[in-house]
Design a protein around this ligand. Structure first.
Ligand code: ATP
Ligand code: MG
Length: 367
């Protein structure tokens, strides 16, 4: 089998598309990375599609096509920079854009919805595409998320002792890698609420390096209120998304405390991200010596510094120290998952997602 794979990821932050070209011939090596920003109009459309609205099916289909135009641009840029031809690539693992995530409904199996048009991506790139990775796990009773722990185990599992890998993207999720088993689940809102607040008050998509959060003072009253949300106390398996952590969630909590300066709210949201992750490390990986951080949150110096403070005795470092830069990890995971699919191997870990068993994930759209 060919050993080159492409992974294409656009996460809940709606910041853009990260794509990597990897070689799996011996181990796992990232040959190239490209980031394509998401145009503002498409970001708005995806945000709108997180709730029901007029013409949503039409808008969803057209947004999926626009997303695939970005995916195609990313794939072509990777091929150009590495001088590879489409026929040399075994497959593209294309995650799609999550707009709804309700894996369990009170009356039975729910759904998770990633907008995508893998047929169009295969047509435009001439490369086979693997897509829709999450539905099969949900069909088997799982959360459909997180799917990255199996990949984290494959690339970081060689490290001695218990290692925790924390992805701080739109949401945050953790993988706890122990010699005999892997645990993984979503911890809560990673950057999504900080991004929202920052956009509302500074007009910027994110708080560069966490400087604004660092300028504010944490409100213990607000932080305590935030942490009372049952999601933070729930045991794994658990996963979440914008369905829970959205503007109204934040507003409801803010309305319940005396008005705070905007920078203090940002500081408290940063503290929420850190506390929600740190408390899970303390609960589930008390012996961890290392916390490897990936996702855009690894560039937020305030988050990194608060994590170190919250976890004395744990070395907090970017995944870059292990050779995989923070914004490449999720995309690399979907390249790895596409390979699993072509090899007819499971991509989920039932102990992580809660599925009734290991499953081969995704659907293949041949070139
Ligand atoms: N230099 C930086 N300083 C502070 N925050 C940053 C910086 N760079 C990125 N970020 C944060 O990271 C976010 C993007 O992270 P990432 O791409 O990992 O998330 P994502 O697309 O939601 O992925 P996923 O949902 O798959 O984890 C941005 O929205 C921003 O909040
Ligand atoms: Mg992103």
């Amino acid at each position: 089998m060919r050993t080159l794979f492409i992974g294409v990821m656009s996460g809940t932050s709606l910041d853009g598309v990260d794509a990597v070209l990897v070689d799996t011939a011996e181990g796992f090596h990232c040959l190239a990375h490209v980031a394509v920003p998401m145009p503002q109009s498409l970001r708005q459309d995806f945000l709108r599609l997180n709730q029901s609205g007029p013409h949503e099916l039409h808008l969803a289909a057209l947004s999926a096509n626009s997303l695939v135009a970005l995916y195609t641009q990313a794939v072509q840029s990777l091929l150009r920079s590495t001088q590879h031809k489409p026929e040399e690539i075994a497959a593209i693992g294309a995650h799609g854009q999550t707009v709804r995530h309700q894996p369990q409904m009170h009356d039975g199996v729910g759904y998770t919805l990633q907008l995508n048009n893998p047929a169009l991506l295969a047509e435009q790139t001439g490369i086979s595409v693997v897509a829709d990775f999450r539905s099969r796990d949900v069909a088997a009773g799982g959360q459909g998320a997180p799917l990255v722990p199996a990949f984290h185990q494959a690339v970081f599992g060689h490290i001695e002792d218990t290692v925790a890998v924390l992805n701080i993207g739109g949401m945050s999720n953790i993988s706890i890698l122990q010699t005999d088993h892997v645990l993984g689940f979503d911890c809560g809102p990673g950057n999504v609420l900080m991004d929202l607040w920052c956009h509302q008050h500074l007009g910027q998509h994110y708080d560069h390096l966490g400087q604004w959060a660092a300028s504010g003072k944490v409100s213990q009253a607000l932080l305590t209120r935030f942490l009372l949300d049952p999601f933070f106390q729930a045991p794994p398996p658990k996963s979440t998304g914008r369905d829970l952590f959205h503007a109204d969630w934040l507003q409801a909590h803010l309305s319940a405390v005396p008005e705070l300066p905007a920078a203090d709210v940002q500081a408290t949201l940063a503290a929420l991200t850190v506390q929600s992750c740190a408390q899970e490390v303390l609960r589930h990986a008390p012996t961890a010596k290392q916390l490897l951080v990936c996702g855009g949150g690894a560039y937020n110096l305030q988050l990194m510094s608060l994590l170190s403070q919250a976890l004395p005795g744990v070395q907090v470092a970017s995944t870059e120290t292990q050779g995989l830069p923070p914004l490449q990890v999720e995309a690399a995971a979907f390249a790895w998952l596409a390979r699993q699919t072509l090899l007819n191997l499971p991509g989920n870990l039932p102990a992580v997602t809660g599925a009734s068993g290991p499953r081969v994930l995704g659907a293949i759209y041949p070139a």
